[in-house]
Write a protein that binds this ligand. Structure first.
Ligand SMILES: Cc1cc2nc3c(=O)[nH]c(=O)nc-3n(C[C@H](O)[C@H](O)[C@H](O)COP(=O)(O)OP(=O)(O)OC[C@H]3O[C@@H](n4cnc5c(N)ncnc54)[C@H](O)[C@@H]3O)c2cc1C
Length: 466
């Protein structure tokens, strides 16, 4: 992805704030920049903006919101930040974690005031979270989140040009971005000048070469995110001398139905379900997190596992659109007894029965799980049983451009580039450098918070220079 150095370059058309990418980060940035008084243009390569955001479950962690207060949930940005830092073992930049967590609740309330109709997701806690803080649209889907953001952009008269793939950045010799080139429907090249540029074009999960280089353990594994996210932000950033960090970090998942390719909600595990391998044995503490579980499942015979749970959890699953799709697609196998479950899954009956006996003992407090999971706060599994065969997938990458508290891209010495901003999957995340550092929701947390911050700060910069 070239960056052309052209001190004298002129553009026939200029818009003060240009945003590359129309996912959650780009649309929130556009809304925030417009609200702050700047003209803004979003360039999105797809015919309809969707991104990984539309593929996601649409659950956004945010602390100290009015939705939490209405449900008597006690939370704070500090508590969210400490959960994030505990999960990444202190590897993330504490300043950025603090900035992002502080912005989370403010951004959610600000979006709600612009018609994005959030609810607080109740009923279970995701791994590592100490308070109920997942916010979503009532439909509980990323597509609903995108629809609501697009509708808010329509109301705010924000220009979103689709089928516009940004191919080139134009910068002067001081690394000030002067504009971009983009191709329409793969053909004509058009140009637009800008006073500030926000990179909201996400990570590199859709670029097999970069995945092989930075995340070799998942090279060749299914990528579940948006295929058009090819690491353009990092490739441009490298040419501009920007610092790039934590490229080995990512969100994986160890609960994707085989062969249907549908996400099976981790709520089943958090509320009492277990994962066993083909031999019928548990192999990990499921409550550590679904991201690292992708590596644990890959290490099992055949790289597969089975989610085992009961009717109570099946009913919980039915609250999620993905799970309902999995049921309709025939991914869920149900049996009145363990014997029949073993037959329908092909799992070894003796091992499966022993595994369930052990987990019932853990739940009753008769013995402790050697894998470290606390079973005592959920009921033991009871017949009828349900099972789904699952495998691993890469959901999105977490490394990216280093930014400061105003979402401004920095070089390797920590100096800001003059007018370049980044957020969401384009920026360095808050999960450290490893798969186990991902706290549920870190993806949209960074997309929404940094979209909100980058939009405001880009507007401030261009209004000041005007
Ligand atoms: C199945 C699944 C479930 C998930 N569930 C959750 C969840 O519940 N909670 C959570 O926090 N996270 C979740 N995530 C992660 C989350 O989806 C991402 O972290 C988040 O959507 C990133 O937002 P973004 O705006 O940075 O990127 P995106 O939404 O991917 O948007 C980037 C946009 O940039 C466009 N683009 C890229 N390059 C160019 C270019 N050169 N020119 C023009 N446009 C370009 C793309 O087409 C895309 O539309 C999930 C991910 C997956 C795959």
């Amino acid at each position: 992805m070239p960056v052309l150095c052209e001190d004298e370059k002129k553009f026939a058309l200029s818009v003060p704030v240009v945003i590359v990418g129309g996912g959650a980060c780009g649309l929130v940035a556009a809304l925030a920049a417009r609200d702050a008084g700047a003209e803004v243009l979003v360039l999105e390569q797809d015919r309809t903006p969707s991104g990984s955001t539309a593929l996601s479950s649409g659950f956004i962690p945010a602390a100290y919101t009015r939705f939490q207060k209405a449900a008597d949930v006690i939370d704070s940005p500090e508590l969210l930040a400490s959960d994030v830092m505990r999960k990444n073992h202190g590897e993330a930049d504490p300043l950025m974690v603090d900035v992002i967590c502080r912005a989370s609740g403010l951004a959610i309330e600000w979006l709600a005031d612009r018609g994005v109709d959030f609810i607080l997701v109740k009923g279970f806690l995701y791994p590592g979270h100490s308070a109920l803080r997942m916010h979503s649209l009532p439909e509980k889907s990323g597509q609903a989140l995108m629809n609501a953001l697009l509708e808010a952009c329509r109301r705010a008269n924000i220009d979103i040009v689709c089928e516009a793939k940004v191919t080139t950045l134009h910068a002067d010799s001081g690394h000030r971005i002067r504009g971009v080139s983009f191709s329409r429907r793969g053909e004509e090249i058009e140009e637009v000048g800008c006073a500030a540029l926000i990179l909201a074009c996400s990570g590199f999960g859709g670029n097999p070469g970069m995945v092989k280089r930075y995340i070799p353990e998942l090279s060749g594994t299914d990528y579940f995110g948006h295929k058009g996210n090819r690491g353009d932000a990092m490739l441009w950033g490298e040419e501009l001398g920007a610092a790039i960090k934590d490229m080995s970090a990512y969100q994986g998942h160890g609960s994707v139905a085989i062969p249907q390719g549908i996400l099976i909600t981790w709520a089943l595990m958090m509320e009492g379900g277990i994962q066993v391998n083909q031999l019928g044995n548990r192999f990990s503490n499921e409550h550590e997190g679904y991201s690292e579980q992708c590596v644990n499942v890959l290490a099992q015979p055949g790289g597969v596992a089975w989610n085992i749970y009961d009717e109570r959890l099946h009913r919980l699953g039915l609250e999620f659109p993905d799970y309902r799709d999995a049921v309709s697609a025939g991914a869920v196998r149900s049996s009145p007894s363990l014997e029949l479950l073993a037959q329908t899954t092909g799992l070894n009956l003796a091992n499966l029965a022993a595994t369930l006996r052990m987990t019932a003992d853990f739940a009753a407090g008769k013995s402790k799980d050697p894998l470290g999971r606390d079973f005592t706060n959920k009921p033991a599994l009871l017949p009828p049983y349900h099972a789904v065969k699952v495998g691993s997938a890469l959901f999105h990458t977490q490394g990216g451009l280093c930014i400061d508290a105003e979402a401004r891209v920095c070089d390797i010495k920590g100096n800001r580039l003059p007018n370049l901003f980044a957020g969401g999957g384009a920026a360095r995340g808050i999960s450290g450098a490893h798969v186990w550092g991902y706290l549920s929701g870190n993806g949209l947390l960074c997309a929404i918070s940094l979209g909100w911050i980058s939009g405001q700060e880009a507007a401030r910069l261009v209004l000041k220079s005007r």
